[in-house]
Ligand binder design. Sequence first.
Ligand SMILES: Cc1cc2nc3c(=O)[nH]c(=O)nc-3n(C[C@H](O)[C@H](O)[C@H](O)COP(=O)(O)OP(=O)(O)OC[C@H]3O[C@@H](n4cnc5c(N)ncnc54)[C@H](O)[C@@H]3O)c2cc1C
Ligand code: FES
Length: 281
Amino acid sequence: MKQYTGEVLSHRKHGEEYHSLTVVAPDIAASARPGQFVNLRPPADRYYILRRPFSICRVNRGSGWAATIEVIFDIRGPGTAALAAMRAHDPIDVIGPIGQGFAIPKNRQACLLIGGGVGATPLFFLGEELRAAGKRVDVLCGASRASRLVNTLELKRLGAMTEFTTDDGSVGYHGLVTDLLPNMIERCGSEVLYACGPRPMLQAVTAIAIKYRLPVQVALEEQMACGIGICLSCVAPIYNQKGTGVMHVRTCLEGPVFNGARVAWDRYGTDLDEADGPPGN
Ligand SMILES: Cc1cc2nc3c(=O)[nH]c(=O)nc-3n(C[C@H](O)[C@H](O)[C@H](O)COP(=O)(O)OP(=O)(O)OC[C@H]3O[C@@H](n4cnc5c(N)ncnc54)[C@H](O)[C@@H]3O)c2cc1C
Ligand code: FES
């Protein structure tokens, strides 16, 4: 993990709702893995104490100006609004790559990537790495409406089979990704699931994975303050190795990617029991 001043190579509007920032960041591009994220300091005339975390959407491992990372985001508040005002050649303070990414399976070949809304951004990087490793990649992506799906064209290119769902029926299947998931698993012969998106979606995907006895890796996006393991604002309830207790684990450093079956989905917001340990145990 490194902190340094990168340079914005390009900022473009991405569809109707999203922004894409490509940043020249050679050290991060060289070592980033899919599922890891960067912490960007929004520039502004006022001082931002907290950085903002964003999944690495793509990397270009070239040299010089070609050593870039890309993030895609929507405007949620002041930090993302300030980032959306950045232009080519602006300096940008960046820390990364942070956290534990997705594991590439050794023995399983058919990988199904499931995304929800803007949470789908790490799937592009992941899908490219899986394909480079010779895996079959299929994609199932959902959003509230068509304009909230991130880059449908690229997702179609990425997947041997790609399906979309929208809550309002404006594109693809009218309903939730989890409505289509069992059918996709069977049609694609999926052997491992990867999911990123809202927590209720990740929980529902995990339940289906368990039913089908498939491994599932999920990327948790908890609220983060420091983003580097110090403040404990980002903890999630995770079962210990033996499944006998639940621990509060930092999603910024020990995550954001976890085995979905080890996330104690029903324990969010509850006190933990005596088997619980401190983060990192
Ligand atoms: C690991 C990770 C990866 C992410 N990847 C993306 C991405 O690829 N694209 C994208 O659009 N968004 C992503 N997010 C969410 C993004 O960080 C927030 O939308 C952003 O921080 C909001 O900042 P703001 O100042 O505009 O809003 P505010 O709500 O004013 O933010 C204030 C504070 O809350 C934190 N915060 C707010 N929302 C979130 C959130 N959902 N998750 C974590 N922290 C939050 C901010 O970091 C900041 O410290 C990711 C979050 C995490 C944890
Ligand atoms: S955000 Fe501070 S410990 Fe994770």
